[in-house]
Design a protein around this ligand. Structure first.
Ligand code: GLV
Ligand code: MN
Ligand code: MN
Length: 409
């Protein structure tokens, strides 16, 4: 087992800063929603770095970019991947760290003159966030054959544009085959995006899997009317339903208990005016659980409540599923290998599941897949204040480097 290699932290850190400056927003954060001009600029930068490393670059029909360092033998290689799109108010590390650490792995192997038996690819996948176009993990799920390409290209985003049109507008609809064969193994380094590692004072997380994710859009439709003249009992108030529903989601997480979490992250009222009863409320519900049974129960109870509420308030209800992922477990051998490499490098390590979705989910059913977590300061992510200490970035990237070199042979 290798534990002699070390990444160049200054170089990795400079790349994180340079990519973080593209689409930079106030407070030190980044806004590079999928397939926007900022996403294009970020992609162009990373592709240029891939070229400078002498990698052979392929872009597929959903805009995934895979850059490969050849190995001595043909056949499936090792892939290091993540994403460089962000939520609208994102941080500098979510996704970006995994991709740029992958490039650092390649650069160190180049510098050391290390040839590997298997090829080593570094990939960034389109629209991992799903914040503009649901579902999330879109590019990696198409890459691994879980979602249909054509259906995804026709997905309409929050601004009315389709994935296909947006992809064309940034010039990233490529010709490489998609879906594509699975690698021999898939690795992803990511910030934890939660508080566990920091609270426990541990540097490396050996990720055991990802909890199930369910996104639903609910639309309540009633009638606009005058806020002053309409008696309460005669209202068909979609705004009231949105409020009740939001409170119910919190209550539901308490009823289900365990690892159940629930979020109403988006509510749109129409016409959204001070003195007009809302005619329409469009809202999202994000439910997650490590247990598929409990997640199904939460989904069922949430929809039952929404239907009862609509009936009681004389509203129409429509709902549609925006995303659904079952809980995923990672490869026991790779979970173990992450822990063994971390310890050999002198870092503390613990096993933990992921609360956030990751591209690794797309690979886990198809090939041995593993993830490495590093701590998030204050457990904060999807926030401009997202931060990971430089020493932790170094530790995570060193684990990735030695593990990838081992796997590639
Ligand atoms: C994706 O990043 C998610 O977990 O929402
Ligand atoms: Mn991410
Ligand atoms: Mn994210």
């Amino acid at each position: 087992m290798r534990h002699d290699l070390r990444i160049n932290l200054e170089r990795l850190s400079a790349k994180l800063d340079a990519l973080g400056d593209i689409g930079a927003i106030e407070g030190g954060g980044v806004s590079r929603l999928a397939f926007t001009e900022a996403d294009r600029a970020g992609r162009d930068q990373v592709v240029e770095w891939m070229r400078m490393l002498g990698l052979s670059i392929e872009i597929d029909a959903i805009g995934n970019v895979v850059a490969t360092r050849a190995g001595r033998s043909a056949g499936p290689g090792i892939m290091i991947g993540s994403h460089i799109d962000t939520v609208r108010t994102g941080g500098r590390y979510d996704g970006n760290l995994g991709v740029l650490a992958g490039l650092e792995v390649v650069e160190r192997l180049n510098e050391e003159g290390i040839e590997t038996d298997r090829s080593l690819a570094v990939a960034f996948f389109s629209n991992e966030e799903g914040a503009r176009f649901a579902p999330d993990m879109m590019g990696s799920m198409v890459h691994q054959g879980h979602f249909g390409l054509e259906e995804m290209l026709q997905t309409v985003g929050i601004d009315g544009e389709t994935v296909g049109a947006a992809l064309d507008s940034i010039g990233y609809r490529g010709a490489a085959p998609c879906p594509a064969p699975s690698p021999a193994a898939y690795l992803e380094l990511h910030i934890e995006q939660g508080p566990v590692l920091e609270n426990e004072g541990i540097t490396i997380g050996a990720v055991t899997g990802v909890q199930g994710i369910s996104w639903t859009e609910l639309t309540f439709t009633g009638q606009s009317n005058h806020a002053g003249t309409t008696p309460m009992r005669l209202r068909r108030d979609a705004g009231f339903a949105a409020g009740r529903m939001t409170a119910y989601v919190r209550q539901l997480t308490e009823t289900i208990g365990g690892t159940q979490v629930g979020t109403v992250g988006s509510v749109n009222l129409e016409p959204n005016l001070v003195n007009v009863i809302a005619r329409k409320a469009t809202m999202t519900v994000d439910l997650r659980n490590t247990s598929e049974d409990d997640l199904q129960r939460a989904e069922g109870e949430m929809l039952d409540f929404a239907h009862r509420l609509a009936k009681d308030e004389h509203l129409e209800l429509t709902h549609r599923r925006l995303a659904r992922f079952k809980p995923v477990e990672f490869d026991p051998g790779l979970i173990d290998a992450v822990a063994v490499h971390a310890r050999a490098l002198g870092y503390s390590v613990t096993a933990l599941p992921s609360g956030a979705g990751h591209d690794a989910q797309a690979f886990a059913p198809n090939c041995p897949t593993g993830m490495i977590f590093v701590p998030s300061a204050g457990g904060i992510s999807h926030n401009v204040a997202e931060h990971t200490e430089i020493a932790d970035i170094e530790a995570g990237a060193n684990v990735l480097l030695n593990l990838a070199a081992d796997l590639a042979g």
